[in-house]
Design a protein around this ligand. Structure first.
Ligand code: SF4
Length: 397
């Protein structure tokens, strides 16, 4: 990287490492960023939409989740719940089913709760500024600023992980998890966001915020930033990766599940387990019945798959209940029978499956794998397409 960067001859800024951008650099930064964004912005389904509800849904889905994964779910979700009121009136299980595969199901529950709150208390209309949006369940600083600027043109800075990384590198700062560091980044982002209000369809603040996030997502990458393509290279003190705090170590755990199918006339059903409502992780969601490790020690699994949730890698084995010996596994399920449910395989998509259950059922062809068309590309709808911080799709091992 160092030799490549040397080919782009631009002096380093005169600022000291760790200092904020100079006032004279701010308009230069904005102008270069926007010129680049107009030419390079990805065409994403939620860009250019005028309905704030759609922006809200996309921003909640995008939290710590890959864009490709969000694209897979965004249209389906809005087709099922086209308005805030439609979302508010839907049963929670339907909302979770539409969210299945995006992970962090608390986001879906909070979105649903917020829709109910808006419908009941606000006449079904979203607040139009960041302060009002912040009062909604599940809406924090990031989401309120994103909706307020993108939908309503409010001059308020959006700071997500991408924006933070860009600003730390531009100013030559290491990443440290302190309140002072957070305040510094927020201050830099606020200084950069244009102060102009929404005018004649021009949304300077909303476009700037989206451009900052786009730069972090496509050029100023966490590993191997594409500095030679960077529009603000001349203002950057780091020009490469910066010092970051150590990631939380991953731990590994084994897990085993049962796949049990039955025929009811022409219909095939699969046995699923509903997680108790008081579980801290994914309460009320459906998964394959779990098996104790000792019961499967000498058996050959039907499928092996690795699955990550937050900082844990699960090495998952799935066993089929087919032969008489296999069916003995049904007697060792360490769960309450009341939690077991037979679900038609043709209707799995309308149930709130955990991401792992969805992935396993799709890999074993029990559940249909949707295909998604995006900008002329056909993407296979991957079962768990999200970042390492959350539920994550992994290869079979
Ligand atoms: Fe700096 Fe490179 Fe990131 Fe651009 S891509 S902000 S030059 S580190």
């Amino acid at each position: 990287m160092a030799s490549l960067i040397a080919k782009r001859i631009e002096r380093l800024p005169v600022r000291a490492a760790g200092d904020g951008l100079l006032p004279a650099e701010v308009p230069v930064f904005r102008r270069r960023l926007m010129q680049w964004y107009r030419l390079n912005a990805r065409k994403l389904p939620w860009r250019g939409v005028s309905d704030p509800y759609r922006t809200w849904v996309s921003e909640i889905m995008l939290q710590q989740t890959r864009v490709a994964a969000v694209i897979e779910h965004y249209h389906d979700f809005l087709w099922k719940f086209p308005t805030i009121v439609a979302l508010a009136l839907a049963p929670e299980a339907e909302v979770l089913a539409a969210w299945s595969g995006l992970g962090y199901y608390r986001r879906a529950r909070m979105l649903h709760k917020a829709a109910q709150f808006i419908t009941k208390e606000m006449g079904g209309v979203l607040p139009t500024d960041a302060v009002g949006l912040r009062t909604l369940p599940g809406v924090g600083d990031y989401t309120s600023a994103a909706i307020a600027s993108i939908s309503f043109g409010e001059s308020v800075a959006v700071v997500d992980g991408n924006v933070e990384r860009v600003l730390l590198r531009i100013t030559g700062r290491a990443q440290v998890a302190t309140a002072a560091a957070k305040t510094f980044v927020q201050g830099q982002a606020s200084a950069l966001v244009p102060k102009k209000k929404l005018e004649d369809g021009m949304n300077a603040a909303g476009d700037h915020n989206q451009a900052m996030m786009e730069l972090g997502a496509t050029v100023c990458l966490p590993k191997g930033p594409l500095c030679l393509e960077c529009p603000v290279y001349g203002l950057c003190l780091t020009r490469g990766e910066h010092v970051t705090s150590a990631r939380v170590a991953q731990r590994s755990l084994p897990a085993a599940f049962l796949l049990h199918l039955r025929k009811q006339g022409t219909v095939t059903e699969v046995l699923l387990y509903r997680r108790p409502a008081d579980e801290s992780l994914m309460p009320g969601m459906l998964e394959l019945p779990p098996l104790p490790q000792e019961a499967v020690a000498t058996r050959e699994p039907l499928l092996r798959v690795r699955h990550s949730i937050t900082n844990t890698n699960y090495y998952v084995q799935v066993f089929a209940a087919r032969s008489a010996r296999d069916k003995a596994l049904l007697r060792v399920l360490p769960i309450n029978d009341e939690g077991l449910e037979w679900v038609r395989t043709g209707r799995l998509a309308s149930h709130p499956l955990t991401g792992l259950a969805r992935k396993v059922l799709q890999r074993l062809d029990v559940m249909e794998l949707r295909k998604v068309q995006i900008e002329g590309m056909e993407l296979k709808a991957s079962p768990l397409p999200v970042l390492p911080e959350m539920e994550q799709d992994e290869d079979e091992y």
